[in-house]
Design a protein around this ligand. Structure first.
Ligand SMILES: [Zn+2]
Length: 571
């Protein structure tokens, strides 16, 4: 996702405040248990080791202008342990029924977890646990008026707020397919992940409520497995427009006869014209990432104005954008490119641990920017990378490594490490191994891990294969250690009979607690046709580098003039 504002302490405070409010008693009925706080990292180790959820069959009843809803979830589970325990994350709502394969069964509901013992189960068994529930959601499913005062219902899950409206194994590594049946007021359109199974029909009289008037029933299904934080529905009066078709012939999940992906916008009627500039190149972006990374992973791509607390949230094939940003007429094309890049990175290839979030956010930041390198030119690209660099330099976040298992507040992971520094790590890797090996590695990584969940070591291994290099030092210093190099440069010209020697002293003067970095880079003198460059490596507090020249080069020595290395240089 993209936070509303630039990353910084203000954002973290804002999110922390929003999280804290969840612990306060809401307008819950007595039967509704107190909600647990959102965004708390689970303890290390396997999350739900006895089970693998393979499918969620979800039914949601929505009304107009009411803060309550009714739901049911049939959770199909592949058992991987004997006498397995199914822990379903679920909080703040009243459970009215729970069955195992159609028969009421014992369970507990404490501290935000429905624990369902699957006595007698054995590895290889498939079990269906069905939960019926109702109430006022404390988070996750946002039932409130939209920015124009019209009633609306939108899901907003990241990181682990799915549990506030849908019982799931709420962890990014346990992906599953989903079918949604949504009963919503007649005037609303309903969007969700995947493809529309059939045109909406009048809702049967006995469907789950609340029944606030005539309704229509929408059925959406996503046929490839997605993470729980991506599982969304959105319902409101929206105007649907087609931006274009994309990824034709390279979208294996497409249900269209032409094999293309339909790229649409779902926007409140008041904001259709204002939204247009932000989305006009959305189909072009899908084509760019398909060419650069691999086949488009989902059935379609809807871009939806919504109640998300983020600037944009990349929900698989149904991206949700801030309703305020679009209503204000802001051009959010940078966010659009970022969220579309997430369809490949984060959604299709997912971080198996929240602490490896850079595999989602760093990748979306970098690939989102790469679109502009191709579409708008290298100067535009470099300006965006420089803006990211400014976001890193001086951020207190970089005193911690990118992968930081000590962080227990998942919202605090929305920081300068996982976004701009993660993007810079990819840019440096590209500079180190070259475009051919870098993009071959990226395509291999995507092809190998599409629709699964991975850790940083999996990415490292693929890139080592593609580049035929040991990259352990690179990933260790940039991913698992804090900081970045801060350089001071001094040079002397030592003339002799055959020309002379440029002696360049490169010092790394960053904080003592940060590592000394191994930095292959170019040192150049002069510009344009006069430019003369030498390869060098800085690797310690002070490196004295000597370069022979036939004649004294013009201008001072400049480290890495093309900007391939994340660094600060002191004058
Ligand atoms: Zn993102």
């Amino acid at each position: 996702m993209r936070p509303i504002r630039s990353l910084g302490p203000a954002l973290v405070l804002m999110l922390a405040a929003a999280t804290g409010s969840l612990a306060a008693p809401g307008a819950s009925a007595a039967q509704e248990p107190e909600p647990i706080p959102a965004g708390v990292a689970p303890p290390p180790g396997p999350y739900a080791p006895d089970v693998d959820v393979v499918h969620y069959e979800v039914e949601v009843g929505l009304g107009s202008g009411t803060g309550t809803f009714e739901g049911s979830a049939r959770v199909r589970v592949a058992v991987v342990g004997h006498d397995a325990l199914l822990p379903l994350d679920f909080t703040g709502l009243e459970v009215t029924s729970l069955t195992r394969d159609g028969v009421p069964t014992a369970y507990t509901h404490e501290a935000g977890v429905l624990r369902v013992p699957l006595a007698g189960s054995a590895p290889g068994d498939t079990v269906v646990v069905a939960v019926e529930y109702r109430g006022t959601p404390d988070d996750g499913l946002i039932l409130r008026e939209n920015v124009h005062g019209a009633p609306a219902a939108f899901v907003d899950n990241w990181p682990n707020r799915t549990r506030f409206w849908l019982p799931t194994v709420d962890h990014p590594a346990d992906k599953a397919t989903v079918r949604y049946t949504v009963h919503a007021p007649e005037a609303w359109d309903v969007i969700a992940n995947g493809h529309l199974v059939r045109e909406p029909e009048p809702t049967p009289a006995d469907a789950i409520g609340p029944d606030t008037g005539p309704r229509r029933t929408w059925v959406w299904e996503v046929g490839v497995p997605i993470s729980t934080y991506n599982m969304v529905i959105g319902a409101a009066d929206m105007e649907i427009r087609t931006v274009g078709l994309a990824a034709c012939g390279r979208a294996p999940a497409s249900r269209r006869p032409d094999g293309c992906v339909e790229v649409t916008t779902w926007v409140f009627p008041e904001d259709v014209e204002k939204a247009e500039p932000s989305f006009r190149r959305a189909a072009q972006m899908v084509d760019f990432f398909t060419r650069t990374v691999g086949p488009y992973p989902f059935e379609k791509l809807a871009n939806v104005q919504s109640a998300t607390r983020f600037g944009g949230m990349e929900n698989a094939s149904a991206i949700f954008y801030s309703e305020q940003a679009i209503a204000a007429g802001r051009n959010i094309e940078g966010t659009v490119s970022h969220e579309i890049a997430h369809q490949w990175f984060g959604d299709a290839v997912t971080e198996a641990s929240w602490h490896h979030l850079w595999l989602s956010e760093g990748f979306a930041t970098y690939f989102g920017t790469l679109f502009f390198e191709t579409a708008d030119g290298v100067a535009d690209f470099r300006a965006r990378m420089e803006s990211d660099r400014q976001g890193i330099i001086g951020s207190p976040d970089v005193d911690r490594p990118i992968v930081d298992p000590a962080e227990t507040d998942l919202f605090a992971l929305l920081n300068a490490n996982n976004y701009p520094k993660g993007a810079w790590v990819l840019h440096m890797l590209r500079g180190l191994v070259g475009d051919a090996a870098f993009f071959e590695g990226i395509r291999d990584y995507y092809e190998r891990y599409v629709h699964t969940a991975v850790l940083t070591a999996d990415f490292q291994e693929v890139m080592e294969e593609a580049s035929s290099r040991d990259l352990d030092w690179f990933f260790t210093q940039w991913i698992h250690r804090p900081g970045y190099p801060v350089f001071e440069v001094e040079e002397r010209w030592l003339p002799d009979d055959a020309g002379g020697t440029a002696e360049v002293v490169v010092r790394q003067v960053q904080k003592a607690e940060w590592p000394r970095f191994r930095v292959p880079l170019e040192i150049c003198w002069g510009e344009g046709a006069q430019r003369s460059c030498r390869d060098a490596v800085s690797g310690s507090d002070e490196d004295v580098l000597r370069f022979r020249f036939d004649a004294r080069p013009t201008g001072p020595a400049v480290l890495d003039p093309d900007g391939w290395v994340l660094k600060d240089v002191r004058p």
